[in-house]
Design a protein around this ligand. Sequence first.
Ligand code: NAD
Length: 494
Amino acid sequence: MKSYSEWKALSETLTLHGQAYINGGFQPAVSGETFDCVNPATEQLLTTVASCDEADVNIAVANAREVFKSGEWSQKHPRERKQIMLKWADLIEQHKDEFALLDTLDMGKSINEMVNIDVPDAIDCFRWTAESIDKVYGEIAPTGNDTLALISHEPVGVVGAITPWNYPLLMVSWKIAPALAAGNSVVLKPSEKSPLSALRLAELAVEAGIPAGVLNVLPGFGHTAGKALALHMDVNVLAFTGSTRVAGMLMGYSGQSNMKRIWLEAGGKSPNLVFADCDIKKAAAGAANAIFANQGEVCIACSRLYVEKSIKEQFMAALIEEAARFQTGDPLDPATTMGPMVDAAQLQTVERYVRSAVEEGGEVVLGGLPEYVEGQGFYAKPTIVDKAHNGMTFVKEEIFGPVLAVCEFETEAEAIALANDSEYGLGAAVWTENLSRAHRVSGQIESGMVWVNTWGEGDSTVPFGGVKASGNGRDKSLHALEKYTDVKKVLIRL
Ligand code: NAD
């Protein structure tokens, strides 16, 4: 790992591309409009970025459709498509420090997390998905001897992707790797709060050999570029990661336009169930990590902690000790475990929920209200609020910050009921040394993912996604390919 001073020096040499990447080249928005891209740790301007809107979306989608129809990418031999995507992954790896810096500067995540999680996971996503291209087979249906029915998976055409800012490079990778592997063209609108790594990714795609126009990146706002993409009549599939509020709007846009298929990875309010038969030290370390990693700006953050009453006191002491590992600081310093919130609005959201937690009877046992100093970054404090219950606003709503609600339970059935008492169903963690309980509880939790005696771990082989208001469909694993392909039947009478 490079030192703090090395990362700082390197950050000053970076070239930041802020223009849209359309049809294999950087270009300004048709309107000429730009917006500011600000470093949340310093509040200083990094660069200005093209503010794309409907006009740019129309151009990009038309290009994407044309190149799709040409077959240059969509009909390329699977082995060749695989080789190009593997080369792309190699290029990302060659520029891994640059990618680590881009997201750290853009949204405030610690360089340590970028180096150890986001960048290697993104590279692995591209490699693993590329490898799948010439290994996924179609089917022959058992229709009898007088017919032959072939079932194949075909690319859908033009995929629109809209992504959030909390894992800028990784969330983009989870969408575009399978969409491109399946042979589609993609028009991506990254979050206006973190567009830089996606733009660099697109440039490297063309360098690797992906034909111009297959991957287009349009920075811009949700209500302009995002909405235009979601309403476009020639986009076949829209893949989204972001809030539940916007996810609902996208379903409406689909209905108002061409009924494009909508895949949603939305918000969460994940529960963490700590049973008396757990390893307390491990559970406390896991619970702290599950809310304070990435400043709590994590969709699967376990922001609701339910602890069995008989161990509550002992567990809380261990939790507060473990929480001390999370210290705010300059995200370019590898020793920093918590960077700033992405912007002033996100910091104000955290502040609002801490206030409401106290007003509704919560007891702050760690952290508390942020102490913002103008010009010195949007830092929140790791915060734990005890004496919480499911009726409180900050226990029900997603905060997307480092604020943990602590509740207690007495029986397994009560713990499950409390965990499931949420509109969301993304992740959950269960801490117990009892194998039967682990199976029993994880089987009854209403969520797309359950971790037992760990939190947040994943792998390219394993799907990621939620149920209820947390969304539908799955990123990662072979299931991700289902989002970007249509099933086709050809039946031949013999
Ligand atoms: P957001 O919903 O505000 O924005 C997400 C994207 O949608 C951005 O690119 C934004 O510009 C765009 N957008 C906003 N309004 C739009 C509109 N009217 N039409 C089209 N696009 C629009 O979410 P965010 O603040 O960027 O990210 C945080 C949210 O993302 C949290 O709720 C978090 O839980 C969720 N998230 C979910 C997952 C998951 O896998 N389930 C992963 C990461 C983040």
